[in-house]
Design a protein around this ligand. Structure first.
Ligand code: UDP
Length: 431
């Protein structure tokens, strides 16, 4: 017997099929895409509603066998910063309602991030069906990490976030750290929280026997330190660049045999005057501190391409100021690449200090430089961590995630039959 009704998965600013690595497309896009596909393979039909940010993409696209992505304009097609999207949401709700059949085909709403949470809340009131919510990032944590700067409407966000969380039938925390914040700062009751981690596509992200694939950076003489992420201050790329300046001054022998490869951010093809403010800032720092021979930009990469980068890298660094989960760390580990990460948020749980990598103080370029130097000079320790990382990374799987999430859908809709993995086609996923 299949789940009674469809899942309405709302991800306003995170199109699951968008190109990854840009300013606004990262972990949430991956989460929605992989979970929808995994649920679909279990026979659960999902409609993902997202903003039509890329006019080059069609209004609707399949995602799995029966599921699909539906793009809504919110009154204005084309890219909009998520910080400016709140005002578009009422229109988004109106458009979304047109997709609800009569009687309603949806059994449950699953909202992602506070913007989609607001949309989900309105639909929850109108349709009177349960809603579960995944936050991806929380306003209070962001505020603690970077303060009130930036153009996000923080006061609105915090107010909406509280209501979105309070009125959800279940809140998903992706780590015990997030669970703590939800209880302490948002007063979400214990019974209303389920801790379900994010996953990793372990069929794709795996150690390769022959990792030197045909690509620009396969210079065997120099070891690669890899950064993968959006160009946003809280991702800590500025701190990582400072640590390379220190590496060059304090550990010149290591620096001479190392390169920092940066994946994500601006396209390589962009002219200088079209670069983002962040990239311009990084280039300025690199030029002023004469570390350009140490740094290479790879531009945004697809997951299929990242596989080679994670495999070629000696270390992946995740220097974020905060990170609610940190998919990059888990993907790198699944490829057998040790991770140096900030001791913060989800990274604290996902990277095992001294075993699968090292945890360092956030915003400390000195500590980061010394950790990088350590792992690049102690090959025995690095190899041991690489083996442990590969074992640890394999534990995360989207099918496990989707199976837990579907259990929650069943609980909140009052439909309790156990999921039987043997009855479904799950050949594309690894358990
Ligand atoms: N990513 C990618 N290509 C890039 C940069 C990033 O595919 O050039 C992906 C990365 O592999 C990961 C996601 O974007 O799956 C980033 O997720 P994470 O949780 O690390 O950070 P977030 O974007 O959620 O802050």
């Amino acid at each position: 017997m299949v789940f009674p009704g469809k899942v309405m998965l709302i991800s306003v600013h995170g199109d699951p099929l968008a190109r990854l690595g840009g300013i606004q497309s990262g972990g949430q896009n991956v989460y929605v895409r992989e979970m929808a596909r995994a649920l679909d393979s279990m026979g659960i039909q999902v409609d993902v509603f997202t903003h039509w940010s890329d006019p080059g993409l069609p209004r609707s696209e399949p995602l799995g066998r029966k599921s699909r992505v539906i793009r809504l304009t919110g009154g204005s097609k084309g890219f909009h910063s998520k910080h400016q999207m709140f005002g578009m949401l009422p229109m988004f709700v109106k458009e979304l309602i047109q997709h609800v059949g009569n009687p309603c085909h949806y059994a449950v709403i699953h909202s992602n991030y506070w913007l989609s949470g607001w949309v989900g809340l309105q639909l929850q009131k109108i349709l009177r069906i349960p809603r579960i919510h995944t936050s991806h990032s929380l306003g209070t944590v962001r505020k603690d990490a970077i303060g009130t700067k930036g153009n996000e409407p923080l006061a609105v966000r915090l107010r909406v976030e509280r209501e979105v969380l309070k009125k959800a039938d279940r809140v998903i925390a992706t780590t015990p750290f997030e669970e703590k914040i939800l209880k302490k700062h948002y007063f979400v009751p214990n019974d209303n929280i389920s801790v379900v981690p994010c996953g990793v596509n372990t069929e794709l992200f795996r150690p390769l026997k022959n990792s030197k694939l045909d690509r620009r950076f396969s210079d065997q003489e120099r070891k690669t330190v890899l950064f993968v992420g959006r160009f946003e201050e809280n991702k800590g790329l500025g701190v990582l660049l400072k640590s390379f300046k220190i590496l060059k001054e304090k550990y010149p022998l290591t620096a001479a045999r190392t390169r920092l490869v940066i994946a994500g951010g601006d396209c390589l093809e962009l002219p200088l005057n079209a670069l983002s403010a962040e990239k311009k800032q990084y280039l300025k720092f690199i030029g002023e501190n004469r570390i350009s021979e140490l740094v290479e930009f790879a531009g945004p990469l697809k997951h299929e391409d990242l596989l080679a980068y994670y495999n070629d890298a000696s270390i992946t660094v995740v220097p974020s100021y905060y990170e609610s989960f940190g998919l990059v760390a888990v993907e790198a580990m699944a490829c057998g690449c040790p991770v140096i990460a900030s001791r913060t948020g989800g990274l604290r749980h996902n990277v095992i200090h001294g075993k699968t990598g090292l945890l360092v103080e956030p915003k400390s370029p000195e500590e980061l430089a010394s950790a990088i130097n350590f792992l690049l000079t102690d090959e025995k320790a690095r190899k041991q961590m690489s083996a442990e990382a590969a074992i640890h990374g394999k534990r995360f799987s989207w099918l496990k995630v989707a199976s837990q999430i579907s259990g929650i859908y069943r609980e909140v809709t009052g439909w309790k039959e156990k999921y039987d993995p043997k009855s479904q086609d799950i050949s594309w996923l690894q358990i």
